[in-house]
Design a protein. Structure first.
Length: 71
């Protein structure tokens, strides 16, 4: 199965949970595509079933935090 995971690249919290979950799914023969604005901290080595896609952050002054530009 091909699975896309959008996550924060941070040292803790949801970024770690998403990365570890994706790595575990890759060990079960799934193709995992991580989508983030930087390489997730816990994604230091690549597997042939793990892919990283970097996206550009869009500045939108109405919102406190930036949104992901996924198109």
């Amino acid at each position: 199965m091909k699975i896309g995971v959008t996550c924060y690249p941070t040292y803790g919290g949801s970024g770690v949970v998403a990365t570890e979950l994706g790595k575990a799914m890759a060990q079960r023969q799934h193709h995992i595509h991580f989508i983030s604005y930087a390489l997730p901290f816990r994604l230091q080595h690549y597997d042939e079933r793990i892919f990283f896609h970097e996206v550009e952050m869009v500045s939108y002054p109405l919102l406190e935090h930036s949104t992901y530009a996924i198109a």
